[in-house]
Design a protein around this ligand. Structure first.
Ligand SMILES: [Zn+2]
Length: 470
């Protein structure tokens, strides 16, 4: 162990000095190796090297790491036992991109999910959905990225009537991290399913009659565009922060949210790090605009930040091992999501708070949405790789659909019915009157704790619900 660390330390010093002088190697000078991570020490070492760990969030076990071609011997000498996975990932991804562009060029509108899509295709598809169903879909710009690209959101709900402002809202975003190409396809699939099902399928129709859905398929358009043109494994946004860094500039948007921001471990103050938190909470135009969008939605009840990969469903807290006040509710909804995913083809997702399920995070979206806005908030880590074959991507898109739809089902049932019984957008005395009426009738709807009988404990729980959801 001692010799391993000595070798690693020598390598790290040399490597950091080289990075500082000349920047990291170009993509075509890198390869992917798999190593076994055995604790935070290994991660610190890899981070100091400037090696890019190819995972959204990190946990112990086998991980793929992007390293310079000449580093295999050093890794071996350090006892990290690297196994070569891809000697030329840049070539591999050129093939992937070429195939996807050829699929796009064929204009196969019947199956938009046949392959990955570049940035403009997302914008085009959103506008096409709006043109197809202007009664259901509204596309709007909620800000601009660092490089000035529009940040587009898509609101989908049934035509507005008197109670439309009451509709609980679900917010689903993807592409916080540029290299995670499967989740935005899944995001668009939820939107497409809702639009196509409205007026055709009672379940889907209800989900648009009772719920306002807001989709943000591409939160990090600069990074996403860059991952297509220059660097397939780009993670952060493209803010250089007055730095002369070339390859590892940018801010990790999922460490830039303003709740318990700036902690280490959990985020990094180094601009080189893949987890660089930025200079201040919400310093980045992408996260600031997304914050403003969320704060403009008073009926927002659940948020789903979809990433890839690892087959995880995470929630607050990320910054502390302590349980949040709503841990049990988060767990129950998360377990239901995992159950729906499992039904599709038996894939098992682990569900739990970020801090204790993976590693600590600070400034991540779940903590801000839950801690600041009081809404349920999930990080859904979809799949097993960044790059899947189109056939596998299609399976992931379909596999994730019921769990995403369930969020709408949950907010419609739990929040509207249980606390806002007369659906007037507030939880007040009149709801209590309605509840006591149901209770007096012995209605199942008055059985708040699901115990099978309506008793005084249910009345107490309803009062708690009224107070907590005001
Ligand atoms: Zn991610």
């Amino acid at each position: 162990m001692v010799s391993r660390w000595m070798a690693l330390t020598v390598w790290l010093f040399a490597s950091v000095a080289r990075s500082a002088a000349a920047g990291l190697p170009e993509p075509e000078e890198e390869q992917i190796v798999r190593i076994e991570v055995r604790g935070a020490g290994d991660l610190t070492a890899l981070s100091a090297l400037g090696a890019s760990v190819l995972a959204c969030e990190i946990r112990d076990g086998p991980v793929d790491v992007l390293v310079p071609r000449d580093s295999i011997g050093v890794l071996e000498a350090a006892g990290l036992a690297p196994v070569l996975v891809d000697p030329n990932p840049e070539f591999t991804h050129r093939v992937v991109r070429r195939r996807a562009m050829a699929t796009l060029a064929r204009g196969d509108d019947a199956d938009w999910w046949a392959d990955y899509k570049p940035l403009d295709a997302f914008y085009d598809k959103m506008l096409e959905m709006q043109a197809r169903r202007p009664d259901l879909v509204e596309v709007f710009e909620f800000g601009r990225s660092y490089e000035g690209r529009p940040l587009l959101a898509m609101r989908i709900t049934a035509p507005m009537d008197a109670d439309a402002a009451c509709r609980p809202a679900v917010l689903l975003n993807t592409l916080t991290h540029a290299r995670e190409w499967v989740p935005p396809m899944a995001n668009m699939y939820v939107a497409e399913t809702l639009i196509n099902g409205y007026g055709q399928d009672p379940y889907l129709t209800g989900l648009l009659d009772d719920v306002e859905w807001v989709f943000v398929p591409v939160l990090n358009p600069d990074g996403y565009a860059f991952s297509w043109t220059d660097d397939r494994f780009w993670r952060k946004n493209r803010n250089p922060n007055n730095s002369d860094l070339v390859r590892n500039q940018g801010v990790d948007l999922n460490r830039n949210y303003g709740y318990q921001w700036g902690l280490s471990p959990g985020s990094s103050g180094s601009r080189r790090s893949g987890n660089y938190r930025g200079v201040a909470p919400f310093s980045e135009p992408e996260t600031a605009a997304f914050r403003d969008l969320a704060e403009s939605m008073p009926q927002l009840r659940i948020h789903n930040d979809m990433h890839s990969f690892s087959e995880l469903i995470l929630f607050a807290w990320g910054y502390t091992p302590e349980a949040s006040p709503d841990r049990a509710l988060h767990q129950a909804v998360g377990d239901r999501m995992a159950g729906l995913i499992h039904q599709y083809r038996g894939r098992s997702y682990e569900v739990g708070p970020g801090y204790t399920t993976i590693y600590p995070t600070s400034g991540a979206s779940n903590d801000w949405f839950y801690g600041r806005l009081g809404v349920l908030s999930y990080t859904y880590e979809l799949g097993r790789r960044f790059d899947e074959q189109p056939s596998e991507m299609r399976l992931l898109v379909e596999e994730s659909l019921p769990a995403s739809l369930y969020h709408g089902e949950f907010v419609a049932g739990y929040y509207r019915f249980r606390a806002d019984l007369n659906r007037d957008c507030t939880h007040d005395f009149f709801d209590l009157v309605e509840y006591l009426s149901l209770y007096a009738q012995g209605s199942d709807a008055a059985d708040i704790d699901g115990s099978g009988i309506s008793d005084v404990q249910d009345v107490i729980e309803f009062l708690d619900l009224l107070v907590s959801k005001r």
